[in-house]
Design a protein around this ligand. Structure first.
Ligand code: GLU
Ligand code: ZN
Length: 497
């Protein structure tokens, strides 16, 4: 098979919010498709009306869009094997048709057991130390038994008849894997109300969409034998030409304390990264490292570079640890990769959200940001951090406030004497620029009052910027301007103490 025929898919269920594990799966599939010149299929597995939501569907589209993971076939763009939402495919009767063909061919059968009966027999099996899976009770019912159940008005599900042999595949990530026949009981394909289950729709669509490689999380590994078996049957009834996709199971992503990263961990939600101001470039870069490596210790690369060098033999079967610090550091590197004007653009939504600028920027706001961005880009790791760093420049003077604990620590009686001396010294500065400001302050505070720089500039910094952490002080004061700087030195010790 030529590589250009590679067809991979990302097929999330639209429940809840997109999370990073999901994004990692999408990314690896995308990268494999791009690397091989194959096709990246995006399919929505929304057959569970109780759990799926339109909101979550929209969030998935928005997530891939934000990340720039473009799909070749799927919602919005269509494709030759559509529709790509399983709810629409269900409405077209695709799964019901396959289910009835499986029944006709003897690959599936009706099971009339009630949940209570199943539970009861499961308990007995456990007590007798037998496998607790479905006991094949309805596999070979006689015509009379069926008639009797029907007469009772029992409902029936469709169950798959598992062949009695072991299941082996050569996993693209983990190598050969075998499940013994008795580990895989007959499973339900269709509910009593006719709704098809994941066990049916997922492999059926992989077959109908001609998927060649199934790359997905390790949590789904135990469903692979069932899918292989179903695939065999799909070949027999002519849904496929008998070919079976290769499977590769991507390693678990572990969170704090070596537990699997849970959907409930705040840092597992994609939206959290957007809100904090991670760049899609940075997040994708970090997520690429969760189970894959470029080699030669290269850890900083774009998604285009990832696509260029992605290969499955560099995907590790070992669990990957999610390291938020490292993710954040890589994001900081990506921030510094942006041009200054690009960084200003990306900051706008964050600053606008806090009412610090308008969107679009006014000329004056843009000038301020252009001036301050070079001072902060070295220290920023997320766009969100910029709000705190540059807010003091953009805020309207009557709304300027100082951090209460910084005030308490720095604007003590001693601190206020320093501020008064600074005000005095700066009132006479001729050219209001960083060098002039620095000279005046050093002369007055370090030489004049004999203070160590830390004690000299800390109070001034809190007075002028409102915080102990801020961009370089003298440059900040230059950008802030003479009037506003002096005004803040003046007000520092009568208010906020
Ligand atoms: N809809 C399934 C899920 O979100 C997809 C599983 C698969 O990739 O096969 O878990
Ligand atoms: Zn049964």
């Amino acid at each position: 098979m030529a590589d250009s025929q590679v067809r991979v898919r990302f097929c999330p269920s639209p429940t809840g919010n997109p999370h990073v594990g999901m994004v990692r799966t999408a990314l690896f599939n995308w990268a494999y498709a791009r690397h091989t010149g194959g096709t990246f299929v995006f399919r929505i597995e929304d057959t569970d009306s109780a759990r799926d939501s339109e909101e979550s569907y929209e969030a998935l589209l928005a997530a891939l869009d934000w990340l720039g993971l473009t799909w070749d076939e799927g919602p919005l763009v269509g494709g030759p094997y559509g529709p790509y939402r399983q709810s629409e495919r269900m409405a077209e009767g695709i799964y019901a048709d396959v289910a009835s063909r499986l029944l006709e061919g003897g690959f599936a059968y009706h099971c009339y057991c009630t949940p209570e009966e199943l539970e009861e027999r499961r308990e007995i099996a456990k007590a007798e130390r037998r496998a607790p899976g479905y006991d094949r009770h309805c596999r070979d019912l006689s015509g009379e038994q069926v008639a009797a159940y029907e007469a009772e008005g029992r409902s029936r599900v469709v169950r798959f008849r598992m062949p009695d042999h072991d299941w082996t595949w050569d996993d693209l990530v983990r190598g050969p894997i075998t499940f013994a026949a008795d580990q895989v009981p007959d499973f339900v394909l269709q509910r009593a109300n006719g709704e098809p289950l994941y066990t049916l729709v997922n492999p059926v669509d992989d077959a109908l969409m001609r998927i060649t490689h199934v790359l997905r999380g390790e949590d789904l590994l135990s469903s692979t034998p069932r899918q292989l078996a179903l695939y065999e049957a799909l070949g027999e009834i002519g849904v496929t030409d008998g070919s079976i996709p290769r499977f590769g199971h991507l390693p678990y992503v572990m969170g704090e304390g070596n537990k699997k990263l849970s959907k409930r961990d705040p840092e597992s939600s994609l939206q959290w990264y957007r809100d904090e101001g991670y760049l899609p470039e940075g997040l994708l870069n970090y997520l690429s490292l969760l189970g894959w490596s470029m080699g030669d210790d290269v850890e900083f690369f774009s998604k285009e570079q990832l696509a260029e060098s992605f290969s499955l033999d560099r995907v590790s079967p070992n669990p990957a640890r999610f390291d938020l610090k490292k993710c954040t550091a890589i994001n900081g590197d990506w921030i510094r990769e942006l041009s200054e004007s690009e960084l200003v653009e990306r900051l706008v939504p964050f600053l606008a959200h806090d009412g610090l600028v308008t969107d679009p920027l006014t000329a004056e706001q843009r000038a301020l940001l252009n001036a301050v961005v070079p001072l902060v880009r070295e220290r920023m790791e997320t766009l969100g951090q910029a709000v705190g760093m540059v807010g003091f420049l953009l805020v309207a003077e009557e709304e300027f406030t100082r951090d209460a604990s910084d005030v308490e620590a720095q604007l003590t009686d001693d601190g206020c004497r320093v501020v008064a001396a600074a005000l005095d010294a700066l009132s006479n500065v001729e050219t209001w620029d960083a060098a002039g400001i620095e000279d005046a302050l050093r002369a007055a505070l370090v030489d004049g009052l004999g203070l160590k720089p830390k004690f000299a500039f800390g109070p001034v910094r809190v007075a002028v910027t409102g915080s102990r952490v801020s961009p370089p002080l003298f440059e900040s004061m230059e950008i802030l301007g003479r009037d506003r700087s002096l005004g803040r030195l003046r007000s520092a010790c009568d208010q906020g103490r």
